[in-house]
Design a protein. Structure first.
Lengths: 445, 440
């Protein structure tokens, strides 16, 4: 039914998550089953049902080191989510061997003309940095300590930096990235929870496919390591239950009988997507083909927003639509990277979808689970997952798997990193809110 | 294979000027203003204490099948349900729903939900350790978990209006929410159009829903000095293209449209209201606060939309008119936007630019932020339907630098067959749609 369009390949990956920036630190952590989950160093999170987070420590990532020197001042108005996106884009561009404006080329020559370069970055509901905002709010209190909105309106708000709001608009991730790398083509910011990154990758694929750009920086980023995000995760029934004396590396157990929730993570990734013909023309090393994309909406049970749909029909619709788009049958998929956040209801829906699409093969089709090691990176999760899928195809390896089991009829039990014959990998992300996105990545000979 | 044609078969809006298609349209043509003192919070001491709020007589429960299903709906979702119910009904899909829900998608540009402000601030201050200059995490969690409410927090996710619409209208196809500031819902309609053209759905709901009329929303824009701080009559505060313009005035609400392939609309006997023929999108990649001064990105978006529509901006149409007969301007009423938008339009249409009427309904309805593009798109559909152009209100002191025809102060009768709808967002996002009279 859908129209034939230009084919799209991936020429660079720039994931970012607790183990670090770039595929190398992330891949080695995944292969060793090394968890990034532990106590939170930014604030004491022990008032929540889970005191642990998967944070990216400052010694592994400093945004000032990755922006062009002339842009360092702008890092002052970057929220954590923006920093992650800017870091990921820097790494993806480097990995793809692109020269962009960020490299300040002496002759001004860049690999892809600015007007042919797009940018699609999924973002979350960015929380205001608590200390900065509260320091300002605290200037407007009544005698009894409660907030005085009259004082705030008259003078208190002056304590916020004029550009305060620009740290928290979701499209500022793409704004900073497009400025750094001079992407003047189509650009969008998709905000559909954990489905955001793959929906963005899908949109880039369509934009390149219809000829509106030759290359796109595409993916997503989010930090859930902040008070509001953790509170919302707990309210949504997605936060694990654990105490500080528990083993943090065992807290997230995707698809396990005793799955009890996830932990807040931070990260995401940018992929460099290019029209196959332009990647070939510039002699780029192609890492994988983006063979198919599908999106769907799940049924939202009463009351809308309260619970996910457990049957996973929407999730399987997205998978089938991606397969159809790739012109492939389920039998041709060799591994799946699901969301697998460790929240029982979400995992059940995903497992049901995998069983519906793959039938008898579901029990032996390898899943690659990331959440026990990197936590829930929200809008960025799908981008880490896509980068990992690309790496699986490149190396013919599946990383280690921890904490899961086979109780839901899917292959999620613990396993060491191992060699595998991989021709194509399906990546899928459902979301709170019911949007689902799936992509198929294919190995290039 | 030729590109499938995409038509509009339903429109609906909820705005500060009302919540029925013809009611709001009539008020726009009368140059009425929806601005009044802010009531959503106590804004009396804020630099800006007025806005075009959706009035109290709007109740989304009168629009939906079973309000209990949507008990969690926050303001954005309520606006979205109200607007989309009108559009869905007009399209006739309420009587005869699409056969396959998986071929019905949604693409919205809806904003983040409204903070539970009192409890949020109460929690922050409760946990504030002034000596350390830090919020105490444990105190914060205890207070926050007790004071804030589960569904109110989930509802703040920007994809929740989408979830409510999907449930109400049984949409199981491609579903997206984008949030590119003030360009979001134009972009959403454009991407919905692109999804239909590619054949990935038969029907798409497109639009937006947003309010930022809350303490931190107004704070944010006041700090950026983007809002009008004009004293006196609030109905005179939004002054796009006027020499004494001083910023925009916040509006709120939703605009929703039903788009479908002509083939699908014809097969079910629906009446197209208009056709979408082009969509252009670009990014300034310039600065985080400023628009590219020559309007480069805006011009690129317009040119691409025109190219898709098969329109040469330098050539007159068969009747000797400019190829576009109305532009719905972004026209925020900030110094920078109005002057750069004017430059960009001239860049695209050259000498003919002066002959093309271009008005800003933000002068009456305020700036609906993420949902601005959708209500302005609807304005284009109605301008074509009725041959009437809505005015730019409060344009009594023209800016000598801005020399286009902004349809000052009074609606105008004019035959319109093809319109442009422009929106530009903070962050450098530029989006343009071409809306055309439908001919079978």
């Amino acid at each position: 039914m859908a129209r034939q369009q230009r084919s799209v390949v991936i020429t660079g990956i720039g994931p970012i998550a607790a183990p670090g920036l770039g595929i190398d630190p992330i891949w080695s952590a995944l292969c060793e089953g090394r968890s990034g989950v532990g106590p939170c160093s930014i604030f004491d999170a022990s008032g929540f049902s889970c005191p642990f987070v998967a944070q990216l420590p400052p010694d592994r990532f400093d945004v000032k080191q990755v922006v062009p020197k002339s842009y360092r001042k702008a890092t002052k108005v970057m929220s954590r989510d923006i920093e992650l996106a800017v870091g990921a884009a820097h790494e993806a561009v480097r990995a793809a061997g692109l020269v962009t404006k960020a490299h300040e080329p002496a002759d001004g020559r860049v690999t892809v003309p600015a007007d042919r370069m797009g940018c699609h970055i999924g973002a979350g509901l960015i929380a205001a940095e608590e200390n900065e905002l509260t320091a300002a709010l605290a200037t407007s209190r009544k005698a009894d300590g409660t907030f005085d909105i009259a004082a705030w309106g008259a003078t208190g708000m002056q304590n916020l930096t004029p550009l305060w709001m620009l740290k928290y608009l979701p499209n500022m991730l793409a704004c900073h990235v497009t400025i750094c790398h001079d992407c003047q083509g189509p650009s969008n910011t998709i905000t559909c929870g954990e489905a955001s990154a793959l929906l963005s990758v899908g949109e880039s694929m369509r934009v390149i496919g219809r000829g509106a750009a030759d290359a796109c920086l595409s993916g997503g980023a989010e930090s859930k390591v902040n008070l509001m995000a953790i509170l919302r995760q707990q309210f949504a029934g997605r936060l694990a239950k654990a105490s500080l004396s528990d083993d943090p590396t065992r807290v997230v157990r995707p698809f396990a009988k005793d799955a009890a929730g996830g932990v807040a993570g931070e990260g995401g990734g940018i992929l460099v997507l290019e029209a196959a013909e332009s990647a070939k023309a510039r002699g780029a090393a192609v890492l994988a083909e983006l063979a198919g994309f599908g999106a769907s909406q799940s049924f939202c049970p009463d009351t809308v927003g309260a619970d996910p749909c457990r049957e996973g029909e929407g999730i399987s619709d997205a998978m089938l639509s991606a397969l159809d788009d790739a012109g492939m049958k389920p039998a041709e998929v060799d591994a799946v990277v699901p969301f697998g956040c460790g929240a029982a209801a979400m995992d059940a829906a995903e497992a049901a979808a995998i069983r519906r699409v793959f039938g008898d093969r579901a029990a032996s089709l390898p899943l690659v689970t990331l959440a026990p090691l990197i936590g829930n990176c929200g809008a960025g999760f799908g981008a880490v997952a896509a980068a990992v899928a690309v790496q699986c195809l490149r190396t013919g390896m599946l990383p280690a798997r921890v904490n899961g089991d086979a109780s839901l009829g899917v292959d999620a039990a613990p396993a060491a990193a191992r060699k595998a014959e991989l021709g194509s990998v399906l990546v899928c992300t459902p979301s709170l809110g019911g949007q689902n996105a799936a992509i198929i990545l294919r190995r290039v000979p | 294979m030729s590109e499938p044609r995409i038509v509009v078969t339903g429109i609906g809006w909820v705005t500060g000027l009302g919540h029925s298609i013809d009611g709001v349209w009539k008020r726009l043509l009368n140059a009425e203003s929806g601005m009044e003192p802010t009531t959503r919070f106590d804004a009396r001491t804020f630099p800006t204490s007025f806005a075009a709020e959706v009035k109290k007589d709007f109740d989304f429960r009168g629009f939906v099948k079973d309000p209990a299903v949507h008990a969690s709906a926050g303001l954005n979702s309520q606006f979205a349900l109200g607007a989309c119910s009108q559009a869905w009904k007009q399209s006739g899909l309420d009587v005869k729903p699409p056969k396959d829900a998986r071929r019905v998608g949604i693409y919205l540009g809806a904003g983040e939900g409204v903070l539970d402000f009192d409890n949020y601030v109460g929690t922050m201050l409760h946990a504030w350790d002034g000596g350390a200059g830090k919020v105490d995490g444990v105190k914060w969690a205890a207070r926050g978990l007790a004071a804030m409410q589960r569904l109110k927090e989930i509802e703040q996710e920007p994809n929740m209006p989408l979830a409510h619409l999907a449930r109400e209208f049984n949409c199981r196809g491609p579903a997206y929410n984008c949030l590119t500031a003030c360009a979001a819902s134009t972009q959403a309609i454009g991407e919905a159009f692109s999804i239909l053209r590619r054949g990935d759905a038969d029907v798409m709901i497109g639009g937006g829903a947003h309010t930022m009329i809350h303490p931190l929303g107004v704070t944010g824009f006041n700090r950026l000095t983007a809002l009008s701080e004009r004293k006196g009559d609030p109905t005179e505060a939004s002054r796009p293209f006027s020499v004494d313009r001083g910023g925009f005035v916040m509006g709120e609400g939703s605009g929703m449209v039903v788009l479908e392939t002509l083939e699908h609309a014809t097969a079910r006997g629906a009446t197209p209201l208009a056709e979408v023929t082009g969509y252009g999108s670009s990014c300034d990649a310039y600065r985080i606060t400023d628009i590219q001064p020559e309007g480069r990105g805006a011009a690129v978006a317009m040119l691409e939309a025109l190219r898709q529509a098969g329109i040469d901006p330098t050539k007159r149409d068969a009747k000797g008119r400019p190829p576009i007969q109305y532009i719905s301007a972004h026209g925020t009423g900030t110094k920078e936007n109005d002057s750069i938008e004017t430059k960009a339009v001239k860049r695209v249409f050259g000498e003919m630019a002066r002959e093309i009427p271009m008005s800003s309904i933000k002068s009456m309805m305020g700036h609906l932020i993420a949902s601005a593009g959708a209500v302005e798109f609807i304005t284009c559909v109605l301008a074509i339907r009725d041959g009437m152009l809505p005015p730019t209100r409060n344009l009594k002191n023209p800016d000598p630098e801005l020399d286009l025809d902004y349809v000052p102060n009074q609606a105008r009768r004019a035959p319109v067959d093809t319109c442009l709808s422009n929106n530009f967002g903070f962050g450098g996002q530029n989006d343009t749609l071409v809306v055309t009279r439908f001919h079978a």
